[in-house]
Design a protein around this ligand. Structure first.
Ligand SMILES: NC(=O)c1ccc[n+]([C@@H]2O[C@H](COP(=O)([O-])OP(=O)(O)OC[C@H]3O[C@@H](n4cnc5c(N)ncnc54)[C@H](O)[C@@H]3O)[C@@H](O)[C@H]2O)c1
Length: 243
């Protein structure tokens, strides 16, 4: 089994994915801005290791991946769950907030992926990566100028990296979670009207659990998906079938 480097692993989808991958026998490196949270998840996994990382800092991303290679010998899989959102009406969104969302959601994804790809290419041992998009990669919702733009960019980032690194055998795919039970979605989940609005749009009529997302990520990372790269796979209970 391989070494998986997961950003945002201290909470929500990242923590759920860490549990799934550890269950498949992977060594999991839990990277998060919140070191305490990452340490809690890593301790729960047994085989986990926690690191503090702000993915908005490209140099820190490179160092964190290089440290992982130094400790475990390689990185086989990358999952980029670290993400943020700044909701604001488009005409009130500040440049600083827009940049911060793009730095974390897009540049952070690229920086970690680049560092891992450099190691895979140098070793001649390709691995696989999954980035976290969203239904917001495709659907425009109010107040989501920065988030929606960033999540659409993550889909194209996955596609261009799949093209650039395909010759090395490195696979890159993007998943698009719909409404998922995590702290990021807690505000929406606490609002009955908004949940009812969402349920009208989700054919499977339920909120996803983090492990629903983690199981699909594990498949895309695995050799079962060996001829799959550059895809965008919604995990949304069917929400996007209706748009
Ligand atoms: N929850 C949903 O409904 C939903 C739907 C679609 C997509 N997503 C995406 O899934 C991903 C995970 O979100 P979640 O719902 O699990 O949220 P979450 O808030 O539970 O977890 C996000 C984690 O990312 C970490 N993080 C934030 N900024 C960071 C940074 N700069 N560097 C490193 N770590 C950082 C946080 O500390 C936290 O542990 C995000 O990209 C989010 O946009 C979530």
């Amino acid at each position: 089994m391989g070494v998986a480097f997961i950003t945002g692993a201290g909470s929500g989808i990242g923590a759920g994915t860490a549990r799934v991958l550890a269950g498949h026998g992977h060594t999991v490196v839990c990277a998060d801005l919140d070191l305490d949270a990452a340490e809690r998840v890593a301790a729960e996994l047994g085989s986990g290791h926690a690191v503090r990382l702000d993915v908005g800092d490209p140099d820190a991303c490179r160092t964190a991946v290089e440290d992982t290679v130094a400790r475990f010998g390689r990185v086989d899989h990358v999952v980029t769950c670290a993400g943020t959102n700044m909701r604001a009406p488009a005409h009130e969104l500040s440049a600083a907030d827009f940049r911060r969302v793009m730095d974390i959601n897009v540049l952070g994804t690229l920086s970690v992926a680049q560092a891992a790809a450099r190691d895979m290419i140098a070793r001649g041992e390709p691995g696989s990566m999954v980035f976290i998009g969203s239904i917001n990669s495709v659907i425009a919702l109010p107040g989501q100028t920065a988030y929606g733009t960033s999540k659409a960019a993550v889909v194209m980032l996955g596609r261009v990296l799949a093209v650039d690194w395909g010759g090395y055998g490195i696979r890159v795919n993007v998943v698009g979670p719909g409404l998922t039970r995590t702290p990021m979605a807690a505000g929406m989940l606490a609002d009955e009207d908004r949940v009812a609005w969402a349920m009208e749009r989700i054919p499977l009529r339920r909120v996803a659990e983090p492990e629903d997302i983690g199981d699909v990520i594990a498949f895309l990372l695995s050799d079962d998906a060996r001829h799959v790269t550059g895809t965008f796979l919604p995990i949304d209970g069917g929400w996007m079938t209706g748009v």
